[in-house]
Write a protein that binds this ligand. Structure first.
Ligand code: LLP
Length: 417
């Protein structure tokens, strides 16, 4: 993104502020979709809203022909608000409430079931309301995606889905097939996030296709789709990651191999989040002070892990650039730290930056995914605004929260006043 535009945005809307590049989002989505469509025409891409749920961005992706992957009633409503039809939405979650399930039924989304217990609950609700719904099961293929443990979701010990092992998933399909009110449409898995190697994806799809073949042979069940979830990593720090083309090439090879054996070609569904928006966003913050201790030099900025949780939560790396420091010499090694009352609030450790001063604007890169969407009001700090860039024009798409918003839903009992 152009530095002078970013500095103008910081001047106009203040800091901290999230800024997204609309063209980049469109390009990322198109590259991803085309990688799969060109090799496997029956591919469908469901953007994972959790990465960035801002309505303006959802509208952009809707325009590009995306469908929607949601994980909560809030995300479901956001998708509907952005114009996605129920038929274009898949709803995945491991602990759906009765209200969630009723909303899913009324909105006609595809419900991705996570356990037998949930299936029974869904069926009871359907019966009592004389309704039906399209479903898939999330299955656990027990594959280690070799990413951060907190985002490895398809390993043996994971809470998600029904294990393929011990025929548990097979039994779920066999049971569901007998139910009147559910229409079985497909199978789903999601093995993890920020995966930079194609091997785990290939292994997982191979297991999934063997399972699909078994459903066909033993239950005479022909699924419309296989959904391989999201998870494609991005380059945060010259990571050696795979491209959508490489991922598509490998996955389509697996599908082709199986379809040669079975003569059966299901739709391929994908749920990228990070790849679509991750590198299309920066977080701008302002340096408040610079401090030298006998051991370290710190840059104190006006945001923290309330604004960007990833470094504190996953030890993740985001490139940091001093937009005001161009042409200034004297590079130094700094820890860029936030304004939160915990020493874990480090946004960038030991970064080589030009001599930095109070008032400088820093850009924290690749924060379009899981940035704003994981932000909080911790330490009673209002959440930042979001701005969408389109060429040279900048549009506010979410207003900055104000201090008064912190108190909006609170009540003080009469006797305490
Ligand atoms: N589908 C399902 C069912 C998922 O659980 C996820 C992410 C995705 C799709 C999208 O995955 P992606 O393409 O974005 O990797 N907060 C973490 C990431 C958590 C991802 C959880 N599930 C982070 O900041 O790295």
């Amino acid at each position: 993104m152009n530095h002078s535009i970013l500095l103008k945005v910081a001047g106009k809307y203040g800091t901290p502020v999230y800024v997204y590049d609309e063209d980049r989002i469109r390009k990322n989505f198109r590259d991803f979709l085309l990688a799969f469509r060109s090799r496997y025409p029956k591919s469908k891409v469901f953007y994972a809203l959790k990465a960035n749920t801002s309505l303006a961005i959802l509208n952009v992706l809707k325009e590009e022909g995306s469908k929607a992957d949601v994980v909560s009633a809030g995300e479901l409503k956001a998708a509907l608000k952005a114009g996605f039809e129920g038929e274009e939405i898949i709803y995945t979650n491991n602990a759906k409430t009765r209200e969630d399930i009723m909303l899913a039924i009324d909105s006609n989304v595809l419900l991705n079931i996570d356990s037998m217990d949930e299936l029974n609950r869904v069926h009871d609700i359907l019966k009592s309301r004389n309704k039906s719904i399209r479903i898939s099961f999330r299955v656990n293929p027990c594959i280690d995606p070799k990413t951060h443990p907190k985002i490895s979701t398809g390993i043996r010990e994971s809470k998600f889905g029904i294990h393929i092992e011990e025929d548990l998933a097979f039994k779920a399909y066999r049971f569901a097939r007998e139910l009147d009110n559910v229409e079985i449409k497909g199978v789903h898995m999601h093995i993890g996030s920020q995966i930079t190697d194609k091997k785990p994806f290939i292994e997982a799809l191979d297991k999934l296709m063997a399972f699909v073949k078994k459903l066909r042979e033993k239950l005479d069940l022909e699924l419309d789709f296989v959904d391989v979830g999201g998870g494609l990593g991005i380059d945060y720090n010259s990571d050696d990651t795979i491209s959508p083309d490489e991922l598509a090439e490998s996955l389509v090879q697996v599908l082709d191999r199986w379809s040669k054996r079975t003569g059966y070609e299901p739709e391929l569904w994908l749920e990228p989040g990070r790849y679509v928006v991750g590198n299309a966003g920066v977080l701008l913050c302002e340096v408040q002070s610079v401090k030298e201790t006998p051991y370290k030099q710190f840059i104190n900025v006006d945001c923290g892990f309330n604004t960007l949780l990833r470094p504190a939560m996953y030890d993740s790396f985001h490139r940091i650039e001093n937009l005001s420091g161009k042409g200034r010499g004297g590079n130094k090694t700094y820890d860029v730290v936030g304004n939160i009352c915990e020493s874990g609030d480090v946004l960038g450790k030991e970064r080589n930056l030009p001599e930095t001063k109070a008032g400088d604007i820093l850009a924290i890169h690749d924060t379009g995914a899981y940035g704003f969407s994981m932000s909080s009001q911790y330490n009673s700090r209002p959440r930042p605004p979001e701005v969408l860039l389109w060429g040279d024009s900048a549009e506010l798409i979410r207003e900055r929260e104000e201090i008064k918003d912190l108190f909006r839903n609170q009540r003080i009992p009469e006797d305490l006043i």
